[in-house]
Design a protein around this ligand. Structure first.
Ligand code: SF4
Length: 455
């Protein structure tokens, strides 16, 4: 080996001294991210005005941007905050989804479509083989099962609409007090049903005369001069108009019918005041070209209430009389009273349900009037029961109309009493106003007569 000169060793610099220290070589990191506060623009107002936001959709406002808008995560505000009509908050009435397959509740045409579909469905369930749909009617065994499109003016089939369809010009009833009494009163001055006033359902405008010919002459003359009336319906209204032997009844009916030209004979009575012979007599006028119908007082189907108000007949008496009339093909109108003492709304509606199953030609529903100087008035004064308020009557009526057959004619929905004789209720709206409220309520609730009727 060669010997290295010591001087050579000294020439080499020591390695460690040549390398610069690591830390000094690296340049300091540049500042790449500017301070946030200086870059972000001020927050913007992204929420829409409060009025246009649906309360049922709480997330209409986008979240407030906490990050710089230049970064992707930040959502832009939604351009459309007002949804289309159908999606608008259900708290707004005009956008509530209509019932019955999306048909508008307001349009009579659409309501009729719903009714027509419902009746066809019912008919086919009843008797598919014999179902003959004809226009808007259904016939089963040649009998009109239903004509659900009878009414279009109101959410129920009113008597005036029925008359309009039946006669070419307006027809008028001529009310008559033929001097009958009632088996529930020994005479006109004794008491009968607790609610019965001294007039016994006699029309207040009849005046004092008992003369049948005079009553008819006056009424017809008045209707002709005031309304140019041409069609008249003779209406035996006061007390029980079958409360006499058959031969007497015939004499009275014949005499009254001869006083003017009448298209119809309407007889109001009570169930225990009919017999097959009397029914036969009434039916016989049909062969003379005069339409006949009978109004039958039931008031309630609950025998306990019938006893309480001293009606003097039972629900079974009513059924017997009703079937005599039905068998003789005499159209029958049933009278009911809402608000009788101690009856609940459920009681009243169960009466309506029973009557609905009979499919009567017509129905009259009165709200209970407490007339001064009656036995009912004494009960009321002693606090035994409360008067039926107009709001209770309204609610019960709507529920009743819903379960009645659509083809049953609604002859009356309120009661008339002279103000001087009425003790309660005193805050009932005038009849026209009440019917207007009823109509508005039913339209608003998208309901109508027969909507819940089940055969
Ligand atoms: S049945 Fe008629 S007329 Fe006879 S007492 Fe009763 S309400 Fe009066």
């Amino acid at each position: 080996m060669r010997e290295v000169c010591p001087s050579e060793r000294e020439v080499r610099p020591p390695k460690r001294e040549v390398r610069p220290p690591k830390r000094e070589v690296r340049p300091p990191k540049p500042e790449v991210c500017p301070p946030k506060r200086e870059v972000c623009p001020p927050k913007r107002e992204v929420c829409p005005p409060k009025r246009e936001v649906c309360p049922s959709k709480p997330e209409v406002c986008p979240p407030k941007p906490e990050v710089c808008p230049s970064k992707r995560e930040v959502r832009p505000p939604k351009p459309e905050v007002r949804p289309s009509k159908r999606e608008v908050c259900p708290s707004k009435q005009e956008v509530c989804p209509p019932e019955a397959g999306g048909l508008s509740p307001q349009s009579p045409k659409n309501r009729d479509q719903v009714l027509a579909a419902a009746i066809l469905q019912q008919c086919s369930r009843l008797n598919h083989q014999n179902l003959i749909p004809f226009g808007n009617c259904c016939f089963i065994h040649n009998r009109v099962y239903s004509n659900m499109l009878n009414y279009s003016e109101r959410p129920y089939y009113s008597f005036s609409e029925y008359l309009k369809k039946k006669y070419p010009v307006k027809a008028y009833r001529v009310s008559l007090d033929a001097g009958f009494s009632c088996p529930n009163r020994q005479n006109r001055n004794s008491s009968g049903c607790l609610f019965c006033g001294e007039e016994g359902s006699r029309a207040p405008y009849l005046g004092n005369t008992d003369d049948i010919a005079e009553q008819i002459r006056r009424s017809v003359a008045f209707l002709k001069s005031r309304y140019k009336a041409k069609i008249f319906l003779l209406y035996f209204q006061a007390f029980s108009n079958t409360h006499a032997p058959v031969n007497e009844l015939k004499a009275i009916y014949d005499f009254a019918l001869a006083q003017a030209s009448f298209a119809e004979l309407i007889i109001s009575t009570r169930p225990d005041c009919l017999s097959p012979e009397k029914v036969e007599l009434i039916a016989s006028y049909q062969s003379q070209g005069i339409d006949v119908s009978v109004e039958l007082g039931l008031q309630t189907s609950h025998n306990a209430t019938l006893e309480l108000v001293k009606r003097g007949h039972s629900y079974e008496d009513f059924l017997k009389a009703y079937h005599w009339l039905d068998d003789a093909r005499i159209p029958t109108t049933v009278h009911l009273i809402f608000g009788l003492p101690h009856e609940s709304q459920r009681d009243m509606l169960s009466t309506v349900e029973r009557v609905a199953q009979l499919k009567p030609h017509g129905i009259k529903i009165h709200n209970l009037h407490i007339v001064k100087n009656t036995a009912l008035y004494e009960m009321y004064k002693s606090g035994e029961f409360q008067a039926f308020s107009w709001k209770e009557h309204l609610e019960t009526l709507i529920a009743a109309l819903e379960i009645l057959p659509p083809e049953t004619v609604i002859m009356r929905l309120t009661c008339d009493t002279l103000p001087a004789k009425l003790a309660a209720p005193l805050d009932f709206p005038p009849k026209a106003r009440f019917l207007q409220i009823l109509e508005q309520e039913m339209t608003q609730r998208n309901t109508w007569q027969g909507r819940l009727y089940h055969h």
